[in-house]
Ligand binder design. Structure first.
Ligand SMILES: [Zn+2]
Length: 253
């Protein structure tokens, strides 16, 4: 119940030798300098992985009937949202990696492999649903684990689950914020949950699954479908704003 999180069930001979040796030493030095420069560049980058759930032969859920049939398939909504969020984040100086950039099927291990090779500072898994209202945030239900030599692949997220909860809280604040600098932003209702997440459970990265559901009124009637472009933009802007906060909290520029 802490922070409102609820559990849900559910990567010339002698002279020639001398020159060759010299060249080898020189090349060796420049190679190690390059490795060091790469490491420094990687440390400066703030990497976000976007994981558009489903794809290819796995369409995911069928969503609200706005637009043509293809637009109502979850796999297409998540891919479109991933691509648009990427653009928002790149414009803000993030390094963004998408697990998929087209309509392809990816298994959970392939997704986790991308995330773990990226050494990302945040991973957002995008889902969409016709059930519920607003945005559902899910963090792995694995208990936290201290760093150790051998970490089982299927439960590696246990190393980062506390950071994932913090990331979830940062996202929650952005969705429920009513705006800054006098601008009026309609808050989006958020449901926080913890559950077994096969993809995320293998990810060594602060990771949150973000499931966008329709906006509903008090009677449960749909006010904005998941496929509504303005509603999606509102959700994506809130995600980008939250990741800016997340980056600044990490002490990055
Ligand atoms: Zn889904």
């Amino acid at each position: 119940m802490r922070n409102g999180w609820r559990r849900r069930t559910a990567s010339g001979a002698r002279a020639g030798v001398g020159i060759a040796l010299l060249a080898a030493v020189f090349l060796g030095q420049s190679a190690s300098a390059a490795v060091q420069a790469d490491a420094e560049a990687a440390a400066k980058r703030f990497v976000v992985v976007l994981d558009a759930a489903h794809g290819g032969s796995d369409p995911g859920a069928t969503l609200g009937a706005v637009g043509d049939e293809a637009e109502t398939l979850e796999k297409n909504v998540t891919l479109s949202m991933s691509q648009r969020l990427r653009a928002l984040l790149v414009a803000r100086g993030f390094t963004v990696i998408e697990t998929r950039e087209s309509d392809v099927a990816l298994d959970e291990d392939a997704r986790a492999t991308v995330v773990n090779q990226a050494q990302a500072q945040a991973c957002i898994v995008l889902h969409a649903s016709e059930a519920g209202s607003g945005v559902h945030l899910f963090v792995s239900s694995l208990p936290p684990m201290q760093p150790q030599a051998m970490v089982p692949w299927k439960t590696a997220q246990a190393l980062r689950v506390e950071s994932s909860l913090k990331l979830g809280n940062t996202l929650n604040s952005a969705f429920t914020s009513t705006g800054r600098d006098g601008e009026s932003i309609e808050p989006i209702p958020v449901t926080l949950g913890r559950t077994t997440l096969p993809g995320i459970d293998s990810m060594i990265c602060p990771a949150v699954a973000v499931e966008i559901a329709p906006l509903r009124d008090k009677e449960g009637k749909v006010v904005s479908e998941v496929t509504d472009a303005d509603y999606q933009a509102h959700v994506l802007n809130a995600l980008a704003a939250a990741l800016l906060v997340w980056r600044s909290e990490a002490g990055e520029p």
